[in-house]
Design a protein around this ligand. Structure first.
Ligand SMILES: [Zn+2]
Length: 261
């Protein structure tokens, strides 16, 4: 009441002066959040800490495996993946086979942008096969290294029926997948590798219309301060009553996407 008492004359004054008060964007419902954690290739203290945060808060996340790490995996790595999966909090996804730059026509290009179709298909299929062989379960979502893809990626994905969700894919060429788009200004990290609460809230406030945010981070690059900032973002999202979901939660809830030509 007290606040309204002071605000009312201010608003009246701004109207009198011909100024419209800035609109306050209202969010009609709490958002859904996918935590897209990139670049798993070994068990290490960073990933332990990331998993401990999920367990302490009882929230879900999606962890992207760079799948050549499954070629000759250390036993502790396989055990870590299985124990993370058994928490019921983590969906693992396909983050490419090697995450390397490669040379095509004397140009250095990412794994899934500028490389031939058969190369991309081979990398997707190898990754899917390795998950089945070494982990005993399939990966159902794909997100490209550097989020760099081209028209060949859509064609290759269309030939991978186990993959049903494309993280940061092209909505105009969905390859028959559920495409979960990127809102670049709403991310854990800004710049890359640096969680940033202030920038997160700024971007978040600009998108009251968005029902879902897929927010990307790289836990292997986080130190104590960066983990602390990540947790501040989680505190903020908790205050917004956000629901933390996985790609498969959304795939299960959505009608089958139409295959694209
Ligand atoms: Zn990556």
């Amino acid at each position: 009441m007290r606040r309204a008492f002071f605000l009312a004359p201010l608003l009246a004054l701004s109207v009198l002066c011909g100024q419209t008060p800035p609109p306050v964007a209202e969010r009609s419902a709490p958002p859904q959040i996918i935590i897209k954690a990139d670049d798993l290739r070994r068990a290490d203290p960073h990933w332990d800490r990331f998993l401990e945060i999920l367990q302490r808060r009882h929230i879900h996340a999606a962890i992207g495996i760079i799948c050549d790490s499954l070629e000759n995996p250390a036993p502790d790595y396989l055990a870590w993946i299985q124990s993370a999966r058994h928490t019921g909090l983590v969906e693992f996804w396909n983050h490419g086979y090697d995450h390397h730059m490669t040379t095509v026509n004397e140009k250095s290009v990412p794994e899934f942008a500028g490389t031939p179709l058969d190369y991309q298909l081979d990398h997707l299929q190898r990754s899917e096969r390795l998950a089945e062989e070494k982990l005993g379960f399939p990966l159902h979502a794909f997100g490209a290294p550097f989020n760099a893809t081209d028209t060949n990626t859509a064609k290759a994905l269309a030939q991978c029926p186990d993959l049903t969700v494309w993280l940061y894919g092209h909505p105009s060429q969905p390859a028959g997948k559920l495409v979960l788009a990127r809102i670049p200004e709403v991310n854990i990290e800004n710049p890359t590798f640096h969680p940033n609460l202030e920038k997160f809230i700024e971007g978040y406030r600009h998108h009251p219309e968005a029902a879902l945010f897929v927010i990307q981070g790289h836990p292997p690059s986080w130190d104590d301060a960066r983990f602390a900032e990540f947790e501040k973002i989680l505190d903020f999202l908790a205050s917004e009553h956000a629901a933390f979901v996985t790609p498969q939660d959304l795939a299960a809830a959505s009608p089958s996407p139409q295959p694209s030509p």
